[in-house]
Design a protein. Sequence first.
Length: 145
Amino acid sequence: MTNELEGRTLEFAVNLVAYVSDFPRTDPAGIVGRELLKSGTSIGANYREANRAESAEDFIHKTGVVQKEAAETDYWLKISGRCKMGKQGEAETLANEARQLRAIFTTINRKAKRTQAPSRFPLFRCLPIFQWPSLPADLQSGWVP
């Protein structure tokens, strides 16, 4: 699944580049195109980073970033489609793919959170305050200010 999804996000980015390259050479189209390319190409880049995450928290954070970038890409595609900046109909096709990617990464992120949730802050769950050996003697007895 990882390689398949990495390939899918790469193909999406390539299609976005082709779509934006057909934009008219105007300031508004340049701004929308730049934002669209930044958010749309970062979907795959951030997913690749997530696959090489250093921890479960890192993976969850990076897949969360992917969700946000997919949502932002959908937004810029709506603007470009309504302003007729690219080829007709292509904005909606790309927006559909952005929404599908967002749904996939939402599912991945939720599953990762469920899997990882019990291990969050294990130190605070395992050691009551009065058992910490580094605390002064009066605090070890259970007194809490």
